[in-house]
Ligand binder design. Structure first.
Ligand SMILES: [Mn+2]
Length: 258
């Protein structure tokens, strides 16, 4: 099975709007090559509604405003998962934040990844974080962006400055203790691929806001790639830039070189 994974589109946010026109052509292209396209959370931007209790309404409004795209996401080959910026999709509409599957003898886990941060593992801290982010966004709309910048400063310090160590570590624990062959996350907006020396692969899909990074998995070939898709000038002139490649050995073949 060929699986593409995209995350962090933040539809409704300013950055996605820049590439919204060319995006359907990228999806046409992906649909021709992949059997499944997993949308790994933070697909819609619902963290900044007018009032904090209105994120469900904002989610539905974004669905209406991006009707063609959102109807497409609800059908095969798409699988829609939620992240911390569209967690209302889970709370109100039952859209999960994790998907685990076994294909061609490979155990794969797809999860947005925010649960690797402590404030998203404890329910009341999660609500408090949501509220802080809403408040920071509210102040930004009034012309004071200090709290907003502070939120993203801490986000950077916690998740990015060390190269995304906590996510890589969490993936390694899942591979070791829950016998996954590959764990795919988004959330950090920093793409990476790591094949661990003791087995298993961690992929972070980066983001699809102003660019389009995707993980491409071929379970039959046990092949894992991180690619950047670019829309060309002619219709359907999509180019792929392969940023990283890894393979897993076949069962029974131990060690490197497989
Ligand atoms: Mn996120």
């Amino acid at each position: 099975m060929r699986i593409a994974v995209l995350s962090d589109l933040h539809i409704g946010g300013d950055s996605f709007a820049q590439q919204a026109d060319g995006f359907p052509a990228l999806l046409d292209h992906l649909e021709r090559y992949f059997d499944r396209i997993i949308l790994l959370g933070d697909i819609f931007e619902t963290a900044f509604p007018c009032w904090p209790w209105q994120s469900g309404q904002l989610y539905l409004r974004l669905f209406r405003e991006h009707r063609v795209l959102s109807q497409r996401f609800r059908k095969d080959p798409y699988v829609l998962l939620c992240g911390n910026h569209d967690v209302v999709a889970m709370r109100r509409f039952g859209i999960p934040q994790r998907l685990s599957m076994q294909v061609d003898g490979l155990r794969l886990l797809f999860t947005h990844g925010h649960e690797c941060e402590r404030q998203y593992r404890v329910a009341w801290l999660h609500r408090l974080t949501d509220f802080y982010l809403w408040w920071a966004g509210f102040c930004k709309r009034q012309g004071f962006d200090g709290l907003y910048r502070l939120a993203y400063f801490f986000d950077y310090r916690q998740n990015v400055a060390d190269g995304g160590l906590r996510f890589r570590h969490a993936a390694r624990q899942l591979i070791r203790h829950q016998a996954y062959d590959c764990v795919v996350m988004g959330h950090t907006h920093r793409e990476e691929m790591q094949r661990f020396l003791d087995g298993g692969i961690y992929i972070n899909t980066g983001d699809c806001q102003s660019r389009c990074i995707a993980a491409a998995i071929d379970t039959g070939k046990r092949l894992f790639q991180l690619v950047e898709l670019r829309q060309g000038t002619a219709p359907d002139a999509v180019t792929w830039k392969i940023k990283a490649t890894a393979t897993l050995p076949n069962p029974g073949q131990a060690g490197f070189g497989a």
